[in-house]
Design a protein around this ligand. Structure first.
Ligand SMILES: *[C@@H]1O[C@H](CO)[C@@H](O)[C@H](O)[C@H]1NC(C)=O
Length: 153
């Protein structure tokens, strides 16, 4: 019977959707800063949504740059002499554990002065704000494939 065949597909689809939603809430997003060396920081910060639990990954050639988390004042002065935290592996994982503004600069030579700095605003959590469009994407996508399957069967 055609209708019986659809039931397992429906159940699998529901399970997949639940998993997608569950994963989205349980784990933070990883934001990779691939172009730390050529940072256009305003553009990047505006395009991304940061939430507590997310991870920021800075990628760059080890030894050529570093990442210093600094205060707001030191960010604007490009003063890296008293950082809150510092990273220098070239594959630096920074977990965002608190809300509010976060300021990162490169402490090598005058890189910060030439724009290698990043200011991000970290929000409370994924569920507190209205869901961003990307979290709806898996649901929409599974919905569409379900429709396609219904036409096939
Ligand atoms: C940088 O910060 C340190 C410590 O916070 C301070 O002593 C120093 O004067 C600052 N340098 C500049 C150029 O603002």
């Amino acid at each position: 019977m055609a209708i019986d065949n659809r039931v397992p597909i429906l159940l699998v689809s529901i399970a997949l959707v639940s998993m997608a939603i569950g994963l989205n809430q349980a784990e933070g997003t990883t934001h990779t800063v691939e172009g730390w060396a050529l940072m256009k920081y305003n553009k990047y910060a505006a395009a991304e949504k940061f939430t507590v639990g997310d991870t920021l990954v800075f990628k760059y050639i080890h030894g050529q740059h570093n990442v210093l988390r600094v205060t707001r004042e030191d960010f604007f002065l490009c003063n890296g002499s008293n950082p809150i935290a510092n990273y220098a592996t070239g594959d630096d994982f920074v977990t965002l554990v608190e809300t509010g503004d976060h300021f990162f600069i490169c402490g090598v030579k005058s890189h910060c002065l030439t724009g290698q700095k990043l200011n991000i605003l970290v929000k409370r959590d994924h569920s507190a704000s209205s869901p961003p469009p990307f979290s709806l994407y898996p649901v929409v996508r599974v919905g569409i494939s379900l429709l396609v399957l219904c036409f096939l069967y």
